[in-house]
Design a protein around this ligand. Structure first.
Ligand SMILES: Nc1ncnc2c1ncn2[C@@H]1O[C@H](COP(=O)(O)OP(=O)(O)OP(=O)(O)O)[C@@H](O)[C@H]1O
Length: 405
């Protein structure tokens, strides 16, 4: 299984330019997470900080109990071996054929014989669908093939964490969809922790288990996909819908008054109900993603801390048996799902105890909050949400309390 990556209070500047500050999130082991953000918000800087190529001024990145921001060079070298990185252009050596490109890390970092290297290289080339292209050089293959070759090279040292820097850049929509399927299939096969930086909304909507977003030098949100895909946080909503209206402008932030006027206008328009697209499933014949089960347990433990819309979407992914174990009935009389008894997400028996750490829900107020808006009956979760203790009465998002008329 992949390893957990804990990022705690991380801040990075270049001289007087703050890139981001106080970024806190946990990449759960074996899960796929996506990091979004407008251009220049420091996504690549974040990836480089995770592998120790850049040194943040403050905060920690803890992997296998080692804080890579403060550890020795020797420890850092060891931790780096856990990583595979797919760079934007594949970062292949133009003068080498694909076989030698993919064999390169094995020849550099291991003492394997050429026969062993051949087995590994061909295995990884098969995983990414490149068998037969060993003799080709990067200049004579398509961008999609170059990405897959870069991915095969990232896999040869059996990484436990894989970072993808805009894997879809420069690819057409079909090749992007094929690469996305490959990423999900790979995750099922190797169960490593994946972090993907992308601008592609379709990728963000269909591939990850978790989504984070950087904007205005802050991590705006990080959490389960259902949370961000149903979020009404203006920055997140604007980005995930690819709308010009909202706080994100051409050179990062818009004038506050302009953003507020645009959002007010939008509220009057009929935009329809945003639908959550189903997450990509593994290609039939391959093993299931074991991260899916772990994630379900983890997210159910957090369920009561999430926004109502996100809760609804998560409950829709449960089987009738899982719903019943959580105290919900399946589709019945129009309102779905219906609570039959108080949710026991932290109660005995369900979800089963797991050794998976919770993903902290660090949520910041928007730099350009939507305003003015009538006070909702329930405060929106993103505006200062604090998890309530499990024993307190729960909010009633799913209908009446048992016994009530
Ligand atoms: N080594 C460096 N020295 C100084 N400034 C840097 C360095 N690396 C990155 N930056 C600056 O950090 C900021 C964020 O860059 P970064 O490439 O991480 O953004 P990004 O979100 O990945 O952008 P894009 O989506 O366009 O790839 C930019 O202003 C960039 O100029």
């Amino acid at each position: 299984m992949g390893v957990e990556v804990v990022v705690d209070g991380l801040s990075k500047s270049f001289g007087a330019q703050t890139i981001w500050r106080d970024v806190t999130l946990t990449l759960p082991p074996g899960e796929i997470s996506v990091l979004l953000g407008p251009s220049g918000t420091g996504k690549s800087v974040f990836l480089k900080s995770l592998v120790g190529l850049l040194k943040p001024e403050s905060g920690r990145v803890v992997i296998n109990g080692v804080d890579i921001c403060t550890c020795s060079e020797r420890k850092l070298y060891e931790i780096r071996k856990l990583f595979g990185v797919l760079f934007q252009d594949g970062a292949l050596f133009g003068s080498m054929n694909l076989y030698d490109n993919i064999a390169f890390p094995l020849r550099e970092h291991t003492r394997k014989s050429e026969a062993e290297i051949r087995n590994v290289v061909l295995e990884k080339m098969e995983m990414v669908g490149l068998l037969g292209a060993e003799e080709k050089v990067p200049g004579e293959i398509s961008g999609g093939m170059r990405k897959r070759a870069g991915l095969a090279r990232a896999l040869v040292l059996d990484p436990e964490i894989i970072l993808f820097d805009e894997p879809d850049s420069g690819l057409d929509p079909v090749r992007t969809a094929l690469l996305n399927q490959l990423i999900v299939d790979l995750n099922a096969q190797i169960d490593a922790t994946f972090l993907i930086v992308t601008h592609d909304i379709n990728t963000a909507r269909t591939v990850p288990d978790n989504i984070g977003m950087l904007f205005s030098r802050n991590l705006v949100m990080f959490g389960p996909r259902e949370v961000l895909l149903t979020s009404t946080e203006p920055v997140v909503e604007q980005f995930l819908n690819g709308r010009p209206q909202g706080p994100i402008g051409m050179s990062e932030e818009k004038d506050a008054a302009q953003a507020a006027a645009e959002l007010a206008q939008l509220r009057g328009a009929d935009l329809g109900v945003p639908q959550i697209m189903p997450q990509l499933e593994v290609t039939p014949g391959l093993p299931d993603r074991t991260a899916v089960g772990r994630r379900k347990d983890r997210v159910l433990r957090q369920l009561h801390t999430l926004a109502p819309a996100a809760q609804q979407e998560i409950l829709k992914t449960l089987t009738p048996e899982e719903l019943a174990r959580c105290g919900f009935a399946g589709p019945a009389t129009g309102v779905w799902p219906q609570r039959t008894e108080p949710v026991q997400v932290r109660g005995p028996g369900w979800p089963p105890a797991a050794d998976v750490a919770e993903v902290p829900q660090r949520v910041r107020p928007s730099p350009r909050p939507r305003q003015p808006e009538p006070a909702p009956a329930e405060p929106p979760w993103h505006a200062g949400y604090r998890p309530e203790p499990a024993e307190q009465p729960r909010r009633r998002w799913f209908g009446r309390k048992r016994g009530e008329p």
